[in-house]
Design a protein around this ligand. Structure first.
Ligand code: HEC
Length: 180
């Protein structure tokens, strides 16, 4: 339906703008991703730390929250070709499981949305911006949460064996973000 896909694109742009705005005005108020990752709050199956940044939740039996699992899948469809499986890095791009030990949520969003080019590297090093790719833009938090779990050794390498079901509210938000 024409109107719903326009709304979806609008939501996408709004999400990207919000991400950049919160990064600009949040500044030091946004905690370092290396801060305490403990989940203190959840909303529709998504967990947040005490600073309000998205985080993971792994149950005693190893069951991961939906976002961690979804992030695993999104990471391995759009990022691992350069950054290596499981966030382990490659000769071309850095190990994101290490990057997220110190990178803030805002900095992460900024790099993934806008990309980055390192011309001073002996070999030109380019991180493409994903602003126009809904397969990444609609799942920024998923990928962040997954990599944050990897950075804190909360989950081992490989596909999480058990995960929570997709929350109904997430399915709805996804449909509207993807524009169908
Ligand atoms: C075409 C290869 C390529 C793809 C695909 C790619 N990246 Fe990158 N990425 C890079 C390179 C190269 C760098 C290092 C850029 C630099 O040297 O400044 C980088 C840097 C980054 C950084 C900054 C790391 C740091 O330590 O500062 C983040 C975060 C990042 N990428 C996330 C992602 C995510 C998330 C995805 C998938 C949605 C992704 N990248 C897909 C090549 C890629």
């Amino acid at each position: 339906m024409r109107s719903s896909s326009a709304a979806g694109a609008g939501a996408l742009v709004a999400a990207a703008l919000f991400a950049m705005l919160s990064c600009a005005i949040g500044g030091s108020a946004l905690a370092d991703a290396s801060g305490d990752p403990a989940a203190v709050k959840s909303e529709d199956g998504k967990f947040y730390d005490k600073d309000g940044n998205p985080t993971y939740k792994v149950a005693a039996d190893g069951t991961v929250d939906w976002f961690t699992y979804s992030g695993y899948r999104r990471y391995h469809s759009d990022c691992h070709v350069c950054h290596g499986p499981d966030g382990e890095g490659s000769t071309y791009a850095p190990a994101l499981k290490d990057s997220l030990k110190t990178m803030t949520y805002g900095d992460f969003l900024n790099v993934v949305v806008n990309g980055r080019k390192n011309v001073s590297a002996s070999q030109e090093s380019v991180m493409p911006g994903f602003a126009t790719n809904p397969n990444v833009m609609c799942y920024l938090d998923d990928v962040f949460v997954y990599l944050r779990a990897r950075a804190n050794d909360a989950i081992p390498r490989g596909r999480p064996a058990k995960h929570e079901d997709k929350p109904p509210a997430v399915a709805k938000a996804e449909t509207s973000c993807m524009g169908h």
